[in-house]
Design a protein around this ligand. Sequence first.
Ligand code: SF4
Ligand code: SF4
Length: 304
Amino acid sequence: SGDIMFQGVSSDNVQPAFDELNEMGFDMGGAGPAVRTSMSCVGAARCEQSCFDEARALRGMVNAYLDDMHRPALPYKFKFKFSGCPNDCVNSIQRADMAVIGTWRDNMQLDEPLAKQWFAKHGMDELVNDVISRCPTKAITLKEHGKVAKGGNISAVAVNDTHSMEVDNHNCVRCMHCINVMTGALATGNDKGVTILVGGKRTLKIGDTMGTVVVPFMKLEKDEDFEKIIELGGSMIDFFAENALEHERTGEMIERIGVVNFVEGIGLEVDPNMVTHPRTNPYVRMDDWDEEVAKVKQAQASAA
Ligand code: SF4
Ligand code: SF4
């Protein structure tokens, strides 16, 4: 990160150069162990896959934590990145300490005239070999119109006079492949929001890490939603400042202290959707079981 970098300035001249550039109206910082200059994809400005207002989220975060960019005061760098959809054009999942990625939680949107237009141009081979069979979770099937399944999680669109594409939205993992290939005919859902991940980074103390989901879904539309995400960003910076070791990224800190301590430390509820796969170790500690069950039930009752 960094917008313009000046290298090779002698130590004595750093502050005078800093002052002079400030007087010209330039903001300085965004390097070293500090909050880095943040990035968002082009998003809603030009891209039909966008699921939230990336520029607003980015601007809000930068304005709120500008002081932390000016001077290096953290154990090491901290990066925010905002991608409008799971295509993740800014590589936030690999690179950002806090990655905000657009997603949706209802059914994908389908457009019959555009689906038929796509099929007329590309044909059955491309539909089957390049779209349907490449869905990683086999969520798409090709069926005769009369055999399309019914159900709240099913969406279907006719591609010609005899066949429809049927999408089982519960099994769609939002990989974006089919939407990228058939943009317009297939589109992201209407109930849009973001997923928040932490801890992506390149090799440092430990090897490369990808972001871990800490908020599976949150809406990002109203003023209070944007305030909430900015507040969450602040909690992450504060926790990192207080708990990371020298020259340690967020992903490494989490690896050292455990994701549960991190999630609780920044004030988030632990959610079963954060678990990648069920545990394989059959030895489970049962201490405080009843108290934990009561807590979960109470949280479920207050969310209902
Ligand atoms: S991440 Fe998604 S919304 Fe953003 S530019 Fe890429 S495809 Fe478009
Ligand atoms: S976006 Fe969903 S339905 Fe489409 S290919 Fe990916 S997982 Fe399958």
